[in-house]
Design a binder for this molecule. Structure first.
Ligand code: NAD
Ligand code: MG
Length: 344
């Protein structure tokens, strides 16, 4: 974990590195993945025919087994094999969020990145938060947003710190010129076999990242949210059907469901909607960085009726829906996206 000083350095490096990152960002993740997969079997071809064309969802993306792999947390999407598909080459917008301003935590990779790409292609300007060590992933996202002609604001820092959370919102509001969409998506997940192995330090860190930060960031954002604004919290199937090794994480995801439902009731009369997404297994850096025991990663997602994990690209449209006026009567709801297992 890096310090605030690293954050400052990182920002300077980031700004100077933007131009160099452009070419790489536009030619890397999904394209490289698709190209590699196209030379293997057809069933292994991720998103081969694009996210929008009719096809068998069970073979649309790669199925287990996956190559053994581990990274130190928080990990990089760019180092995963296969590389996740965040919709880089597939998401097509239709003007659903023109002129909106969004803040997405954990927007550098995984589900957050898919939401950011989709938001930008729907016409929104986007600020992303991530940890300083995730700068390579963040740079790719910033370039993808700018390639759409939208404003991208990169605000690295550790959301376990309340003061940083307050500053994050203030910086995002200042840079974007307001805020209409808040996505509380960042999280930590570290599997432990038994409660005896779960340290107070980990328990505290999981709750700070997944629950306290959501509270701090949302509280700071509220004064800026006008009627028509939307808050989306990324919960999990773990809130309803917890794995034995995710005792702390599953509790935080359950907290997020009730935070969502309670806040939705509190702010409905202000015209602000609050909803949650509860994904099942998705192929993101959260998993090869301790989120799963290493041996379980190989068969990740196999147990679902779909027989494979989801790819972040398969959630982009759901975040757009919840952020947009299309979902004008949806608040306090939890949207499952778990390949056929679990609840709600
Ligand atoms: P991810 O690793 O791509 O995203 C998690 C992000 O959290 C990281 O990119 C990082 O930027 C951020 N983060 C972690 N600790 C932080 C800290 N202290 N300060 C600032 N940022 C921090 O993985 P993902 O799977 O896309 O995760 C996104 C959300 O999806 C999480 O809320 C996760 O709980 C949820 N989710 C994931 C799955 C899955 O199988 N991948 C399933 C259900 C729910
Ligand atoms: Mg990341």
């Amino acid at each position: 974990m890096k310090t605030k000083d690293d954050t400052m350095t990182s920002r300077r490096q980031f700004v100077s590195g933007v131009t160099a990152g452009l070419a790489a960002a536009l030619t890397t993740p999904a394209l490289a993945q698709q190209g590699a997969a196209a030379s293997s079997s057809r069933a292994d071809t991720p998103g081969r025919r694009g996210q929008s064309s009719k096809q068998d969802p069970t073979t649309q993306y790669r199925r287990p087994p996956f190559p053994p792999q581990q990274q130190d947390p928080p990990g990089l999407a760019g180092k995963m094999d296969p590389r996740p598909d965040h919709g880089e080459t597939s998401y097509r917008g239709s003007g659903k969020l023109v002129g909106r301003k969004a803040l997405v935590t954990g927007g550098d990779s995984g589900i957050g990145r898919a939401a950011v790409i989709a938001f930008a292609r729907e016409g929104a300007d986007v600020a992303i938060n991530y940890l300083p060590v995730e700068e390579p992933d963040a740079r790719e996202v910033v370039e993808l947003v700018r390639a759409e002609g939208r404003k991208a604001v990169a605000i690295p820092g550790d959301i376990r710190d309340e003061r940083f959370c307050v500053k994050l919102v203030a910086d995002a509001v200042r840079e974007l010129g307001g805020l209409d969409i808040l996505v509380n998506n960042a999280a930590t997940q570290v599997a432990q076999h038994s409660i005896e192995e779960l340290t107070t330090e980990q328990f505290d860190s999981t709750f700070k990242t997944n629950v306290y930060a959501m509270f701090w960031i949302t509280k700071a954002a509220m004064p800026h949210l006008e009627p028509g604004s939307a808050i989306i919290n990324t919960s999990s199937v773990q809130a309803y059907d917890p794995s034995p090794g995710l005792l702390d994480y599953a509790q935080t995801k359950a907290c997020m469901v009730i935070f969502t439902k309670s806040l939705a009731k509190q702010v409905a009369r202000r015209g602000i909607r609050v909803n949650a997404v509860a994904p099942g297994p998705f192929w993101t850096p959260l998993q090869p960085t301790g989120g799963q025991p290493a041996e379980k990663l190989i068969d990740f997602g196999e147990h679902t009726p779909m027989g494979r994990p989801g790819q972040p690209a398969e959630l982009g449209a759901l975040y757009v829906y919840l952020a947009s006026q299309d979902a004008s009567y949806a608040t306090g709801q939890v949207y499952g996206a778990s390949g056929g297992e679990g609840n709600p």
